[in-house]
Design a protein around this ligand. Structure first.
Ligand SMILES: NC(=O)c1ccc[n+]([C@@H]2O[C@H](COP(=O)([O-])OP(=O)(O)OC[C@H]3O[C@@H](n4cnc5c(N)ncnc54)[C@H](O)[C@@H]3O)[C@@H](O)[C@H]2O)c1
Length: 271
């Protein structure tokens, strides 16, 4: 029996990247998945792949900023047997500083990343309330734990983190848990247009010295969706190779190691 047997999960932004990995893992664990994305044909391809592998999945066209799209996605999920978990994973990013961010871009990032997650929670909570149980996972970022040089994105992800805690407080009496996940630098199509120097620098400043893979975030999301996390709500789970634990110091150590020509951790003298 899989961990998600008998449960129905909506995953947004599930046409590719981490969302697709989350949908596939949840399905492998026995859950029925609503594969929701604004790019409907790619969502269908992911759902088809899950069904071919013997899982249960239905694709829906969902723009997370649209309340009517959310109503349709909820209906599809209810036809599958309820809504036991929602993964608010869809997100967009522009790597632009505060002074240079175009107002339309700012508003779009807030609409998708922050308001989209709010609309998702508002759409599923009445169903979860009736069931008396549910788990919501809001995908934030390390950009929601530290300052990140993509201003609107970072602000939106801090908002997702804060909203998660407010929601955890408000929904607990209904049996609904709400947690946030904070991926570090993960190798997905979102980074396709990021310069190589940025990816290399991030990996180098990460204590584990590498980028993460979508499946490594999917495992954390699965845990928070499952009953294994039954006493967790309002928590924030970093999946970042240690970046937020010590990334700043890793950068300092890198500089010292370059200057010394030796790894700091291997020195035996007492300074
Ligand atoms: N890749 C990283 O390094 C990284 C790091 C931290 C956090 N994140 C976050 O993880 C989540 C997934 O990121 P990813 O790297 O897999 O991204 P991705 O760009 O590969 O995939 C994002 C998906 O979201 C969908 N989407 C975009 N706007 C949408 C909308 N309005 N409605 C519905 N779907 C929409 C896209 O079509 C796409 O399928 C995002 O919230 C992102 O901000 C990513």
């Amino acid at each position: 029996m899989g961990q998600m047997q008998g449960k129905v999960v909506i995953v947004t932004g599930a046409a590719r990247g981490m969302g697709a990995a989350e949908a596939e893992l949840i399905a492998r664990e026995g859950g029925a998945v609503v594969v929701a994305d604004v790019v409907a044909d790619q969502a269908e391809a992911v759902a088809e792949g899950i069904r071919t592998a013997g899982g249960r999945a239905v694709a829906v066209a969902l723009d997370v900023t649209s309340e009517s799209d959310w109503a349709s996605a909820v209906q599809v999920a209810e036809e599958l047997g309820g809504i036991h978990a929602l993964v608010n994973n869809a997100g967009i990013s522009y790597r632009v500083g505060l002074l240079d961010t175009d107002l339309d871009d700012w508003n779009q990032v807030m609409a998708v990343n922050l308001t989209g997650s709010l609309l998702g929670m508002r759409a599923v909570v009445p169903v979860m309330q009736r069931q008396g149980v549910g788990s919501i996972v809001n995908v934030s970022s390390i950009a929601g734990l530290t300052a990140y040089p993509a201003s609107a994105y970072s602000v939106s992800k801090w908002g997702v983190r804060g909203m998660t805690k407010v929601a955890a407080l408000e929904f607990a009496p209904f049996g609904i848990r709400v947690n946030s996940v904070h991926p570090g630098i993960i190798e997905t199509p979102m980074l396709d247009n990021a310069p190589d120097v940025m990816k290399t620098a991030f990996a180098s400043a990460t204590p584990m010295k590498r980028m993460g893979q979508a499946g490594e975030v999917a495992s954390a999301v699965l845990f928070l969706c499952s009953d294994g996390s039954s006493y967790m709500s309002g928590a924030e789970l970093a999946v970042d190779g240690g970046f937020t634990a010590g990334g700043a110091f890793r950068g300092v150590l890198n500089e010292i190691e370059t200057a010394n020509g030796a790894p700091v951790a291997l020195r035996t003298d007492r300074a």
